[in-house]
Design a protein. Structure first.
Length: 439
């Protein structure tokens, strides 16, 4: 069992702790010496470590008003990337490689420093981006549009150059990204617009030729006139058929009456008074009364006036009937011919209307396509003309020469070395005592 003792306050202290304190105290000079050595080593290291300077440049995600407005105004403009997207993009190996290449063009760096910068791993350790989170919600995280590019180097000039070149490359990358997003856009829209324009002009030319060849109002007026004439012929034919029927009835009645009348009639006529007087004188007045009656007149056949009248009237009515029947036949022929003309005219009108509707059906989509492409072409022209100001990332502040280094902290390193030396030497003394079997 471990040994224990009580101090003056009555607290029980294990004897092993007392032995540790005694052992450490007995070797205090060794601990002090080791601590001093560590402090001196830390001081030497603090003065031997190269100084590191940091410079920064500020970029801001600031899309143009066209992009911010959205809708149709920015339909053909590449979309805006988020701050987090640019944070990943600007720290990529390709962007850092461009920074290294541009550093070479400055002409102020030594060959040794340029070789160190060419190693992407070393360059990545010297550069980092910072983006501040402004709000955290259940829906997501809202980041500030400001991106801080920080670059570290052994000299203030190198740190400033790295930060400044990195900002310039970032703007170029954003511009190239915009260029790739709209590459060939205007040419494509222009080509489609020209095609739609030619198609629309061709269809409208056909419509124009059709209207020149065919007049809607004139043809419909002609159709109306023919219909009116046909209706007039039909009414005339109906009236004429009624007259023919009436005339036929009259002729039948006349024929019946005519058949009852003789062509000639025998008339008993009195002789002239002179002939009677002479006849009486010649016979001496001895003639009997019967003889005188017989000789007082004579029979004569004459034409029947009624027969002649009926015959003339019958001939007249038959002539009128033949004329009306001929007129009816002519009307019927005219109606048949007019019906054929109407049918042909209706077929021609229907065909022209069908052709016009077909052209209208073709014109409608082409007109919509033309209007849409005309609007898109204007948007493409806007995107083309705003090329210089379209990049989303813009440099707000330029990098400046840092006026102090960020590391090493020479005032802190000796103190840390002192604390580390004391802990290590004390631990070594305790460990040595434990291994020797003192406790």
């Amino acid at each position: 069992m471990s040994e224990e003792r009580k101090d003056q306050s009555g607290i029980v202290i294990p004897l092993s702790y007392v032995k540790i304190v005694r052992e450490v105290w007995s070797r205090r000079w060794l601990i002090v010496a080791a601590t001093i050595v560590c402090m001196l080593a830390g001081t030497a290291v603090a003065f031997l470590l190269p100084a590191t300077y940091e410079s920064s440049s500020v970029l801001v995600l600031m899309p143009t008003p066209f992009k911010q407005a959205g809708g149709e105004a920015s339909a053909l403009i590449p979309r805006v990337l988020a701050v987090s997207d640019y944070e990943i993009l600007l720290s990529s190996d390709g962007v850092l490689k461009q920074v290294a290449e541009k550093i070479k063009t400055l002409g102020t760096w030594s060959q040794e420093d340029l070789l160190a910068v060419e190693e992407i791993s070393n360059l990545r350790n010297q550069m980092n981006t910072e983006v501040e989170i402004t709000e955290k919600t259940v829906q997501g995280v809202v980041r500030s549009p400001v991106v801080v590019l920080k670059a570290r180097a052994n000299t203030p000039e190198h740190a400033r150059d790295l930060a400044q070149v990195w900002a310039a490359v970032s703007e170029e990358v954003a511009n190239k990204l915009y260029q790739k997003g709209k590459s060939g856009l205007k040419d494509f829209v222009t080509g489609r617009f020209d095609t739609a324009k030619l198609g629309l002009e061709d269809i409208r030319g056909k419509i124009r030729d059709l209207e020149i060849e065919y007049n809607d109002e004139l043809e419909h007026e002609r159709l109306t006139k023919k219909h009116e004439r046909l209706i007039s012929y039909e009414e005339k034919l109906i009236d004429l058929n009624m007259q023919i029927a009436s005339t036929k009835a009259e002729i039948a009645d006349l024929q019946e009456n005519f058949s009852k009348e003789p062509e000639r009639k025998t008339l008993w006529k009195s002789p002239p008074m002179t002939a009677v007087f002479l006849d009486k004188n010649r016979e001496g007045g001895k003639a009997s009364s019967s003889d005188s009656e017989k000789k007082s007149g004579f029979q004569e056949e004459v034409l029947n006036d009624t027969y002649i009248y009926l015959q003339q009237k019958l001939l007249l009515k038959e002539s009128e009937l033949m004329s009306m029947e001929e007129h009816a036949r002519q009307l019927q022929n005219q109606m048949e011919s007019l019906g054929k003309e109407l049918q042909e005219l209706r077929a021609d009108i229907a065909q022209r209307m069908f052709e016009r509707k077909q052209l209208d059906l073709q014109e409608g989509p082409l007109k919509k396509s033309y209007d849409l492409l005309a609007e898109k072409l204007e948007q493409a022209k806007i995107a083309e003309s705003e090329e210089a100001s379209m990049p989303d990332i813009k440099q707000i502040t330029e990098a400046v020469l840092p006026d102090r280094k960020i590391k090493p902290m020479r005032s802190l390193i000796p103190g840390l070395a002192l604390a580390v030396g004391f802990c290590l030497s004390t631990g070594a003394v305790i460990l040595r005592s434990m291994l020797a079997g003192i406790f």
